[in-house]
Design a protein around this ligand. Structure first.
Ligand code: HEM
Length: 480
């Protein structure tokens, strides 16, 4: 395993060589089941969902969640149920999303401002880093929703990230790259004593950086709320402004705080991890594909001009009326997933699934690559073709969810994504703002965008740099 990194490549080779849609690899004492057909995927996450509703414990998940105090990485049990309920009922429901709309709008505006500041001084526009803009948009939307702040430090006048945000975002991405990454001691625990590859140190350092910025804010906020007392008049009492306030003020049946400071800290870290990579990765791939197929760029911009016009910036309320742009994002989720596998599901008992005996504690990995690029399911699977989704939805509102697991976007079942509404909004908004606000073209001396993917996490191997030129009236940019 150490020599043949990344593991997903030889795991997919096994499926290929054995010409099978399901295989079992034994790593240490763990049975790892790899699946690449939608029929089998549905067996696991629909028909036997209850049995496969747990998660493995591993070095990175333990570290980021302060010992499994959050939701997504937590094995099935009381803590997972408590935190999942909090997220569904109190954090990510429709009225909460409406309450936080202004914060998301601020960051969508700031995205346009940041790019405009980089490219407006030159009549032909300038080359900008799409990855940088997209990742920072994703990170700052969730940061604003949780902490009501764009910058941990002084920030930058042009709307770009400061040093603190760069370090924080890079720490989040480091953790994601080591999460469920087939770290050998997770399968042979006695090897963990040595941290041979230094993974553990990298994850711990990243967690430390995240805490360095977040913990003082969380502690101070808890102090503020705990010190506000009954005698204060309504005018004097602090007002709830963001998700952090909501977390702190949740009460249990006895009127005591429902969540400890450690739980809040672990959960807000995990929410940021859940949000930073998917929307930005999908946007970077979509724009790369579009630059290689300019007719798609034209079609998307025509849709924006028709639905939104050129006198205002695209708003969240326009999203349901942008089927083509949504279909482009959906196509990127299918063809260019952010990771080779879905989050692992662990079986709580022995079971028979589609005639296969699956032992208790097996790790089931649905292959995002194997499903999304499966030639038995998708015609011309390697072709980026948004029209296939338009046809499927009959020209109506296109949905980024894929409940039938023909590819993995938000997955389904008991462990399915809780943030699909927010994730959809952010992904479509990000792409739509880039396309509406700027004319995109290849950087000088390039006639094709290289679409090679990284071997581990499946990001684009080379970050996308492209020429951006403002396409709306100057007044509109100056407003933001
Ligand atoms: C485009 C953006 C997003 C995509 C593609 C996405 C995708 C996923 C996927 C594939 C899973 C694993 C499902 C499974 O295990 O079968 C997941 C889980 C999860 N997602 Fe998302 N997600 C996105 C955005 C978000 C956002 C914005 C949040 C919250 C702010 C969020 C919160 C979660 C949580 C809490 C879980 C774990 C659920 C559990 O284990 O019970 N996600 N997501």
């Amino acid at each position: 395993m150490r020599r043949n990194r990344p593991a997903h490549i030889w795991m997919h080779d096994i499926l290929e060589q054995l010409n099978t849609d399901i295989a079992c690899v034994r790593l240490g004492k763990i049975h790892v089941i790899i699946v690449k057909s939608p029929e089998l995927a549905r067996e696991f996450l629909k028909n036997h969902d209850k049995t496969f509703a747990s998660r493995p414990t591993d070095m990175a998940s333990q570290s980021l969640s302060s010992g499994y105090l959050s939701t997504a990485v937590v094995p099935f049990g009381k803590q997972w149920k408590k935190m999942r309920r909090v997220l569904i009922v109190d954090m990510l429901n429709q009225s909460r999303m409406r309450w936080l709309l202004d914060k998301r709008n601020d960051e969508a505006d700031n995205l346009v401002r940041f790019l405009y500041n980089q490219c407006s001084n030159n009549a032909n526009g300038s080359v900008v880093s799409v990855r940088n803009a997209a990742q920072n948009y994703s990170a700052s939307v969730i940061r604003k929703m949780i902490f009501n702040m764009r910058y941990f430090g002084k920030g930058r006048k042009d709307g770009g990230p400061g040093l603190e945000e760069d370090r924080h975002l890079s720490a989040l991405l480091t953790i994601l790259s080591y999460l469920y990454a087939f770290y050998v001691p997770d399968y042979l625990p006695w090897l963990g004593l040595f941290d041979i590859e230094g993974h553990e140190k990298k994850v711990r350092d990243a967690v430390k950086i995240i805490k360095q910025y977040q913990k003082p804010i969380i502690d101070e906020r808890i102090r503020k709320w705990r010190s506000s007392n009954q005698e204060q008049t309504i005018c004097e009492k602090p007002v709830q402004e963001d998700l952090l306030d909501v977390f702190i003020l949740l009460k249990d049946a006895n009127g005591q705080p429902l969540l400890s400071a450690e739980e809040i800290e672990a959960q807000v870290t995990e929410l940021q991890l859940a949000t930073v990579d998917n929307p930005s990765n999908a946007t970077e791939w979509t724009l790369s594909e579009m630059l290689n197929h300019p007719e798609m760029l034209t079609k998307a911009q025509e849709e924006l001009d028709r639905v939104v016009g050129q006198d205002m910036l695209v708003q969240e309320s326009h999203i349901p009326h942008l089927p083509y742009i949504t279909a482009c994002v959906r196509e990127s989720f299918r063809l260019h997933p952010v990771a080779p596998f879905n989050l692992p599901h662990v079986s709580k008992s022995d079971s028979i699934v589609a005639g296969y005996m699956i032992p208790k504690d097996s790790h089931v990995l649905l292959s995002r690559l194997g499903l999304g690029r499966n030639p038995k399911v998708w015609e011309n699977p390697l072709r980026f073709d948004p029209e296939r989704h338009l046809n499927e939805f009959g020209g109506q509102q296109v949905d980024l969810r894929e409940q039938e697991l023909r590819f993995i976007s938000f997955s389904t079942g008991r462990r399915g994504c809780i943030g699909s509404t927010l994730g959809t909004t952010m992904s479509v908004m990000l792409l739509a703002r880039l396309l509406q606000g700027f004319t995109w073209s290849m950087p000088p001396k390039m006639d094709k965008i290289d679409l090679t993917e990284a071997r581990g996490c499946l990001f684009k191997l080379y970050p996308l740099y492209a020429n951006a030129k403002p396409r709306l009236s100057t007044a509109l940019y100056l407003q933001v």
